[in-house]
Design a protein around this ligand. Sequence first.
Ligand code: CA
Length: 238
Amino acid sequence: MQPTILVVEDEAPLAELLKYNLEALGYAVETAVRGDEAETRLAERSFDLILLDWMLPGVSGIELCRQLRQRGHNQATPVIMLTARGEEAERVRGLTTGADDYVVKPFSIPELTARIQAILRRTSPELLSTTLVVGDIELDRETHRVRRQKQEIHLGPTEFRLLEFLMRTPGRVFSREQLLNGVWGHDVYVDDRTVDVHIGRLRKAINRGRMRDPIRTVRGAGYAFDDRFSENSARRSA
Ligand code: CA
């Protein structure tokens, strides 16, 4: 099952960026740009996690969080606050009001997703499978082991993260920039060529020079983990 996340953020480009990246990671995402809009969503259904911006038009993040904890579908739903720099006092207030964690803007997507996963592992372990299987490749997120046709494959840490990222959404084409943001993070200074180098290493390790290459190069666009590869070779579990 897909964990469902509500993103409450009034900066539309940031809300879109979060939605795009979280969907790429396999989450179902709804967004609200105003506090009162978020109230409506929260009254309608329950979510597995809420990303809550602190400064919002309508109803403030802190007020929303306080209301949330009093009653309703989302009384126990974990909340990660998105705060601006210099809002330390607000952060402390937030944590005492019932937020579970916070990130300070600008944050990197890998940092945020690591926190989301850490919280969901605790609150909704049934939603997070530790193993990804696409075709004949198995990746275990907990032990960091990768096997192809039951044979162990040894990957460096970057190749492992890259493979995990691609395997989460087979068939989807990622640009080099999206891979950089999703795997390396915004703050790290690396150029597009770095992606090609690591894709090359990953291919070499998983194909061993003779197996069918599941990584598709899309000219002018980027890379994808081929979904036809997964259809042809049976099962996929998310
Ligand atoms: Ca804001």
